[in-house]
Design a protein around this ligand. Sequence first.
Ligand SMILES: [Fe+2]
Length: 264
Amino acid sequence: MNILIVGDVVARPGRAVLEEQLARIQHEHDIDATIVNVENSAAGFGVTKKLVDQFMNMNIDIMTSGNHIWDKREALDFIGDYPRLLRPHNYPSGTPGSGWGEFTTKSGIRVGVLNMMGQAFMHPPLDSPFECADRVLSEKLDTIDVVVVDYHAETTSEKVGMGWYLDGKVSVVVGTHTHIPTADERLLHKGTAYVTDLGMTGCYDSVIGSDTGNVLKRMVSKLPVRLEPATGKGTLCGVVVDVDEKTGCARSIKRIKAEQDPLG
Ligand SMILES: [Fe+2]
């Protein structure tokens, strides 16, 4: 089966390129399952119910997130009604929503998605993602053919560590959050496809999605300048992973990148 995983959708440019390019990519790569990280989709911070409804109409199977999931506070209220919208699973028990999502593809393959957040330089500090993954995998795997992990973390080392920790236990581990795609996509030794960061789906004429002028003002002056999302054309970044659904092992992982039509 072919799984498309799309990196963090940031603000309007991210939404625009996703809307423009998603169906074409799904068709060209014969995609069976689509996972998109949406935590920055509302003006760069958080996600609204209205946007989740729009994503649900775009042939997206699971939406993942991370540290910005509650930036639009309405998410606390509506996430319980959207089992396909995940928040990091290593939040304390009792947190609204879940970081584990399941669906069955048209051809009957049962896919589980686990969304977790790293601990280094991430706020708030959450429970151990390693123990969280162990717990989930010991409980859920009987009914699932393929498991995809979105590990939302800041440091490359923590993400690589999670890749090796889960090698052979899940089909795919992708990193998100740092918004710049890394070139280390590969199959690990026991059959897990891995990449350190998918990169964002948003405007790359920016500083990881925010308007460059304001970011530089803040960086240079050290003053609390308000950041605004960049407004140029979007680029979609992600990976396509071919997984053998009988074994759960990945056969290949390749990076994809699609530019928004400059005239569109
Ligand atoms: Fe993030």
